[in-house]
Design a protein around this ligand. Structure first.
Ligand code: FDA
Length: 398
């Protein structure tokens, strides 16, 4: 089906943010077209949360977002909250559950969320154009809107919304299209990098991770002033697991990340007590009661403690062991990059966007929503909530 000549609103990108914006625009009676170059809408929703879509978080709050302007996300998150989205999910009788830490997942499948959004689009008269790319996008003049040349023909609109996401998972059709359009209209882009992504290592550190691949434990991961108490996982490439993904979004690609492998416990005091109470016990066996066996063995080997009883270890040695457990500092060689990153940190500078409407401050009728904007959430449903909230807000004003 070719595009009509004219719409009030054209939204580019039928992902989470784009569909939400289209629904709200349609509800207001705006003639709305939703365009995507992919074969299907909402592909990232489909693969999210291991196929069950962690669609929001009960504890959603501005503090769970990274941005050069930490206040920017507040307005949208207030205008459309996690409870608003939960209400829609309940209206559609989609079964869901809280997995952990306020994270809400579908009981059945992420497809339930996609179908709900598509049903809403249909109900509100949104016209969906898949396998459609935009070849050119020009503003007519300040008040008259935009003309577009697409692979389904020419079209025009009053308001144009960029909801094309960001750079993570290029295999799934991620593009920097929103950044290109933003730059064209004078916007600046806050440097982008892969976020919510595993750390990679080389050389000795990589060999150590490989030897421990599959070992998981609870930890506190810290970088700068930020820390997360969640699980970490050793892999064949390096470190992963929720704590690692979370802290990766804050990592500046140079400094050391600190892991407390026994969070909340003073390991030195603990070892001193053990030395008094059970001096003839093998140090590895003592450690195995606190951390996974393979990790205990490797740490003892690293420190040349293998085969020793705890009584053989001086305070200095116990301190070295305690530091290894409470303050393990590692400098990753890199991350797995956009190939596996769940999100892109950075993006279109929020200084040049209205937080209340998501409209460009530089170009009338131009809107940016979702992941392309310099707002990145923690792991746990926060990124979809940003997509819903920013999409909803733009939908009220387009
Ligand atoms: P999104 O990427 O969803 O949509 C952009 C759309 O634009 C796509 O449909 C794309 O095809 C289209 N597009 C791109 N370029 C285009 C162009 N040039 N022309 C036309 N169309 C174009 N978050 C969360 O909160 N809970 C979770 O469980 C997960 N899980 C998860 C798993 C994995 C593997 C990934 C990669 C990511 C997550 N996320 C997540 C993050 C979440 O998926 C992400 O934050 C949102 O999808 C962002 O929504 P947007 O609508 O901004 O972009």
């Amino acid at each position: 089906m070719p595009l009509n000549k004219e719409y009030d609103v054209i939204i580019i990108g039928a992902g989470a943010a784009g569909m939400m914006c289209a629904i709200e625009s349609g509800k207001r009676g705006r003639r709305t077209a939703l365009i995507d170059h992919a074969k299907k809408p909402g592909e990232k929703i489909r693969i999210s949360g291991g196929g069950r879509c962690n669609f929001t978080n009960l504890h959603c709050a501005p503090t769970a977002y990274l941005s050069q302007n930490k206040h920017f996300c507040k307005s949208a998150l207030r205008q459309y909250t996690q409870y608003d989205f939960i209400r829609m999910v309940e209206r559609y009788n989609i079964p869901y559950h809280e997995k952990t830490l306020g994270q809400l997942f579908c009981d059945r499948s992420a497809k339930d969320i996609i179908q709900m959004l598509l049903d809403e689009c249909e109900e509100h008269g949104v016209e969906l154009f898949l396998e459609t790319s935009v070849k050119t996008l020009e503003s007519i003049s300040d008040s008259e809107g935009y003309t577009l040349m697409t692979t389904k023909g020419p079209t025009a609109c009053q308001s144009i919304v960029l909801a094309t996401g960001a750079l993570s998972i290029p295999k799934m059709g991620a593009t920097g299209f929103a950044y290109d359009v933003a730059r064209k209209y004078g916007h600046t882009i806050v440097d982008t990098r892969a976020g919510l992504v595993p750390f990679t290592f080389e050389g000795e550190h990589l060999s150590a991770c490989k030897a421990l691949a599959g070992v998981a434990l609870d930890c506190q991961a810290s970088f700068g002033k930020q820390d997360f108490n969640e699980a970490m996982l050793f892999t064949h490439r390096g470190l992963s697991g929720p704590a690692v993904l979370q802290i990766s979004s804050y990592w500046d690609a140079a400094g050391a990340v600190t892991f407390d492998l026994l969070p909340g416990q003073d390991v030195f005091a603990l070892l001193q007590t053990a030395r008094k109470k059970q001096p003839r016990t093998n140090i590895e066996n003592i450690m195995k009661t606190y951390i996974p066996t393979r990790l205990a063995e490797q740490i003892c080997a690293d420190l040349d403690f293998t085969g020793l009883n705890i009584a053989d270890l001086s305070d200095e040695k116990l301190k070295a062991l305690a530091t290894r457990l409470n303050k393990w500092r590692v400098i990753p060689d890199g991350t797995e990059g956009y190939r596996t990153a769940e999100v892109t940190v950075g993006g279109i500078n929020t200084d040049e966007i209205s937080s209340k409407t998501m409209e460009s401050r530089l170009q009338k009728g131009l809107y940016f929503i979702g992941e392309c904007v310099d707002v990145t959430g923690w792991l746990g449903g926060y990124n979809f909530q940003w997509a819903w909230s920013s999409g909803f807000v733009a939908g009220q004003y387009v």
